[in-house]
Write a protein that binds this ligand. Structure first.
Ligand code: ATP
Length: 274
């Protein structure tokens, strides 16, 4: 079998398309009829509570789970049955939740792992060292001796080393200090401007709203809301995040801006500032 090499996507057609996806983990149905389309050079975010199915979605797109029903297309080509390493070669790279670096390998060796099935492109090791200023000098240090934020940067670098067309980011902010999270998120618009398509999963709703052109909310495996952060209201997001009725008490969270009002006792999606 040869590596898939999808044709370039037309400007107005989505680069990544998921249609009618259902995924089971044994008896448990983690995704139900999930569809979304991400155009080239866009950042889309998937938000939702613990266990909503966000990681399952990214891992299915990366080929680590096979769907029961539905399809994944890259630049119009059906890649639903493609093995994970073939998807990397086709242009899909995942930064997994918890980073999952090889702790005993050096920074550079971790990056080289990411480059194993690399496509041609701009993301050489030198380019990655240019992006993360500190990394070149510490390339021979073992991953286990890095801070959480540095490890996250290496995990992103490892994904970039494959020269992906689609970058899947799972919970970048997990366990990191807010200042580190802000620094990492600040890079994403630049990556998107270079033509990379980004689908990120994030429990920190403010962070997702700030960076994405489209936000999708998952609740118990279903998409309950999708739209641009500029048009969604905080009340809509709360209702979609917790389920219809829950949290829709008029606390008036505002999507895409400094959030609003709401009493501290009221449950709100994490990261929505009050
Ligand atoms: P979190 O933010 O906690 O990571 P999530 O929205 O990413 O949550 P998933 O990790 O996709 O959610 O999990 C969705 C559901 O599938 C949960 O009920 C979870 O317990 C279950 N699940 C996930 N992976 C597996 C697996 N490998 N085997 C069995 N059940 C799983």
């Amino acid at each position: 079998m040869t590596a898939a090499s999808p044709a370039p996507a037309a400007a107005d057609s989505p680069l990544l398309e998921v249609a009618g996806l259902s995924v089971h983990h044994g008896q448990l149905q983690a995704l139900r009829d999930v569809s979304l389309a991400v155009p080239a050079g866009h950042v889309h975010a998937m938000i939702g509570a613990n266990g909503a199915g966000k990681s399952t979605l990214l891992r299915t797109i990366a080929g680590l789970h096979l769907p029961t029903v539905g399809s994944v297309r890259l630049a119009g080509q059906d890649i639903t049955g493609l093995r994970p390493e073939r998807r990397v070669a086709a242009g899909i790279a995942l930064v997994p939740e918890g980073r999952r670096l090889f702790a005993s390998l050096t920074v550079e060796e971790n990056l080289q792992v990411g480059a194993t099935s690399r496509r041609k492109g701009q993301w050489t090791l030198e380019a990655i060292y240019d992006l993360f200023g500190w990394m070149r000098d510490r390339r021979h240090q073992r991953a286990e001796h890095l801070s959480g934020g540095e490890q996250q940067a290496v995990a992103i670098g490892r994904a970039l080393a494959a020269n992906p067309r689609v970058l899947l980011l799972d919970e970048l902010s997990l366990g990191l200090a807010p200042v580190v999270v802000s620094r990492i998120y600040a890079m994403l618009p630049e990556l998107a401007a270079s033509g990379m398509t980004i689908l990120l999963v994030e429990q920190d709703v403010s962070q997702a709203l700030a960076v994405a052109s489209q936000v999708h909310c998952l609740l118990e495996g279903r998409i309950t809301l999708a739209g641009s952060p500029a048009t969604l209201t905080g009340t809509q997001i709360e209702a979609a995040y917790f389920g219809v009725g829950a949290g829709s008490n008029g606390s008036g969270l505002h999507a895409g801006g400094p959030a609003a009002a709401g009493s501290p006792e009221v449950d709100q999606p994490p990261g929505v500032r009050t």
